[in-house]
Design a protein around this ligand. Structure first.
Ligand SMILES: Cc1ncc(COP(=O)(O)O)c(C=O)c1O
Length: 410
């Protein structure tokens, strides 16, 4: 079961609200990272709205968040544009060719003419600061955003915003580096009075304890004052980090050629795909009655439960055929999912005792980029989704059925 803590969400959005108020900028939730709309009512007061990655997320923002909608997609079609023009507040384009194709349609729309709809262009400052190539939109030949040379001599009529997104789980020092590149390559555009907003994308790890919030505030203020633009930030992860867990149960335990395996009722491939893609290794806790082995707790705790953090897993995700490492640890166990994918593996974890069928494990930090990416691959049961309210009450928002699996396929 996915369980999201309202108290933890509010702790994050309070921090984000303080930052945006200190910086005097706007801050919206990136739905691609967290889109559990039944929790929106707890976020709404602190945030300005949502950032949508296309028409469907934009509709969700309009219908359930009911504040500002800022939309950027790598490509739109005519039907997307027709519908988005009716309600989105920003419509940002990824390429010059998309803007050329749709600018007539957009600029003729009454909301554009009336000043309710603003258009922007995603720029690529060609400044890589991140560690993971999969998340680097500035890599040479990137398909994301327009480079400065592509804009030389272009007729910019109709555009009022620039948008960049180059960070992933990064601190304000990398934003400073990126802003220097943006100013160097696109400062002459920001100087033009027609440009009224600068969207600095997501990837700002603002709610992490070591994030330099004061520096972010200074950077945003400087840019706003220098170019007279309104800055928008659109974090996803910072809103939902440390707010949710995935609770799993052990369905089987066995040994095979020296490997101790536990099969869980949740799947790395179907329910936590970033474990394989990013790769991201969650902390795993065993729920037990014996005294805990440490003081770390998962993001969501239940009264009466005791949590044992499993010993640090290895990275990267092991090859399913490789021997299980970490011979020092008491009981190294390879946690796998219930699908037929050989690599449906969360990793090798060491527990203070042997796992048993029926044990509960808690996979930490599973609210962001997890629930939005789940599938019903192999027909595995989708975990229910629940909220833990501030008074501790558990509310099941959704329990999935066989019909949900069936109906998505035709
Ligand atoms: C354009 C854009 N904005 C915002 C975000 C949110 O980023 P994060 O969740 O890392 O803050 C992303 C993530 O990929 C993105 O592509």
């Amino acid at each position: 079961m996915f369980v999201i803590s309202i108290a933890a969400l509010k702790r994050n959005t309070r921090i984000l609200r303080e930052v945006k108020e200190a910086a005097g900028c706007r801050l919206v939730l990136a739905l691609k990272g967290f889109a559990c709309w039944k929790a929106f009512s707890y976020l709404r007061d602190d945030l300005d709205g949502c950032c949508a990655s296309g028409l469907w997320e934009a509709r969700l923002a309009r219908d359930h968040f009911q504040k500002q909608v800022v939309t950027y997609a790598p490509a739109y079609d005519e039907a997307d544009i027709a519908e988005l023009c009716a309600f989105t507040h920003h419509l940002d384009f990824n390429s010059w060719s998309q803007w050329l194709r749709f600018r007539g349609q957009v600029m003729a729309h009454p909301r554009f003419l009336g000043g309710a709809l603003h258009c922007g262009l995603r720029i690529n400052p060609e400044c890589s600061t991140g560690a993971t190539p999969l998340y680097d939109p500035c890599a040479p030949g990137s398909r994301l955003g327009v480079t400065a040379d592509q804009l030389a001599g272009a007729d910019l009529t109709g555009l009022s915003g620039l948008h960049f997104h180059t960070l992933c789980e990064q601190n304000a020092d990398d934003l400073a580096t990126t802003l220097a590149a943006v100013e160097k390559k696109f400062g002459h555009l920001l100087d033009l009075p027609q440009f009224t907003y600068l969207n600095m994308g997501g990837g700002h790890w603002i709610t992490q304890p070591d994030y330099d919030r004061e520096r972010l505030v200074r950077l945003v203020r400087e840019i706003q004052e220098k170019y007279r633009v309104e800055v928008w930030l659109e974090p996803g992860e910072a809103i939902a980090i440390h707010t949710g867990v995935l609770r799993a149960s052990v369905m089987d335990v066995f040994e095979s050629a020296g490997h101790r395996h536990a099969i869980l009722n949740v799947s790395a491939s179907a329910h936590t795909p970033d474990v394989l893609e990013m790769p991201y290794r969650p902390d795993v806790f065993l729920v037990d009655s014996a005294p805990p082995s440490g003081t770390r707790l998962p993001a969501v705790v239940f009264p009466g439960e005791i949590y044992h953090l499993a010993a640090n897993p290895q990275s990267p995700i092991p090859n399913p055929q490789s021997p299980i490492p970490n011979p020092q640890s008491p009981i190294p166990t390879r946690l796998g999912g219930p699908t037929c994918l050989a690599g449906d593996v969360f990793g090798d974890f060491s527990f203070p005792r042997e796992l048993r069928v029926g044990d509960t494990l808690v996979l930490d930090d599973m609210a962001h980029y997890t629930m939005v990416k789940t599938t019903t691959f192999n027909g595995v049961k989708h975990p229910p989704i629940a909220l833990q309210h501030e008074d501790g009450r558990l509310e099941i928002l959704r329990d999935f059925t066989y019909e949900d699996f069936r109906d998505r396929l035709a």
